[in-house]
Design a protein around this ligand. Structure first.
Ligand code: NAD
Length: 309
């Protein structure tokens, strides 16, 4: 890929939760590069209560006054009226090219004390919100044979984090959603990726020390999001981890594993115990040589090998 300026002229972008934090930086960056942007934000608190149109309005005003760009505000909740956010793009700009599923809330509490309501509220905004928008955008992207979608996951979703059972479940759910959409969308040139960022925002300002926060500018996240959603990119079905100027990729890894004799008597807990080292060995090649799988395995190979035992 050449190093020419990546333009988003005439591209229509929806950024959810773009009234502040990461989403605001994305919206400004797309607009500066010529995109028409729907700036969605419910304008509530970090915990998801209340609403205020000011958050989205301020960003739209900045896009228009500072950058002479094109943007329209939308104040819907992603999980209550997600389809209407896509409709805002269609009504104002006639299409939808790029969708950044970014809106989010936190209800951090240790699992023992977490109520079902706290669990559900976080799943609703992150995961159901992404579903509603993507489901509404999908037919347009499919028909025009072009779409770029980013799901915002989190290191907490990939690795788990104390006090974030709701959030980490939602965030890994977004990765699974993206992986399936990448497969279903590929033949229509709809490319779907997940990012797991760490950045300074109201989500992190009270949990990380100031010297770390200083390095975590949200403007360090936007470049990868723009790159992944440019019409020239071919990247799909991938997960990226990024923070403070680091950009890397995360992938699954399969151990070498152990194939047991299909004789039913061989499938015992004791047999598992005896072969535990092989089952969990990451240093040797796995049964089908796919060490870093990104799709369902072809288990024919496994069955053939097992039959020979
Ligand atoms: P933020 O709180 O500044 O931004 C989230 C935005 O989403 C807010 O402006 C909020 O009003 C909006 N929002 C919340 N619920 C909404 C709803 N129902 N409908 C529409 N808008 C809604 O925080 P941020 O750090 O910029 O977070 C952006 C995304 O990045 C989130 O999905 C977050 O989980 C994710 N993330 C952030 C970090 C980080 O370090 N900041 C790390 C991992 C993942």
């Amino acid at each position: 890929m050449s190093s020419q300026q990546l333009s988003f002229k005439d591209q229509v972008v929806v950024v959810t939760g773009a009234g502040g934090g990461l989403g605001k930086v994305y919206a400004l960056e797309y607009a500066k590069r010529g995109a028409k942007v729907v700036v969605n934000d419910l304008g509530g608190t970090l915990g998801g209560s209340g609403q205020n149109s000011k958050a989205a309005d301020v960003v739209v005003d900045e896009i228009k006054s500072k950058y002479n760009g094109t943007a329209v505000a939308n104040y819907d909740s992603v999980n209550e009226n997600g389809a209407n956010i896509i409709k805002t793009a269609i009504d104002n700009f006639g299409k939808i090219d790029i969708l950044i599923n970014n809106a989010g809330i936190l209800r951090d509490v240790s699992f023992n004390k977490m109520s079902e309501k706290e669990f559900q509220a976080v799943i609703d905004v992150h995961l159901n919100g992404a579903f509603q928008l993507t489901h509404a955008a999908w037919p347009y992207m499919k028909a025009q044979k072009f779409g770029r979608i980013i799901n915002t996951a989190s290191p907490a979703g990939l690795f788990g984090n104390f006090g974030q059972a709701n959030y980490s479940a939602a965030k890994l759910g977004l990765v699974g959603l993206a992986e399936t959409l990448a497969k279903e969308g590929f033949k229509y040139n709809i490319l779907v990726n997940s990012i797991a960022p760490l950045a300074r925002s109201r989500m992190t300002e009270n949990v990380l020390p100031p010297h770390i926060l200083k390095q975590l500018g949200p403007e360090k996240i936007a470049p990868l999001v723009l790159f992944l959603t440019h019409h020239s990119t071919k990247v799909t079905n991938s997960i990226f981890e990024l923070a403070a100027g680091f950009y890397g990729q995360i992938r699954w890894e399969r151990s070498s594993g152990q194939i047991f004799n299909p004789n039913v008597n061989s499938f015992t807990p004791e047999a598992i115990l005896n072969k535990w080292d092989a089952i969990t060995d990451f240093n040797d090649k796995p049964f089908n040589k796919t060490q870093h799988p990104n799709q369902l395995s072809d288990y024919n190979d496994l069955i053939t090998k097992a039959k020979k035992l």
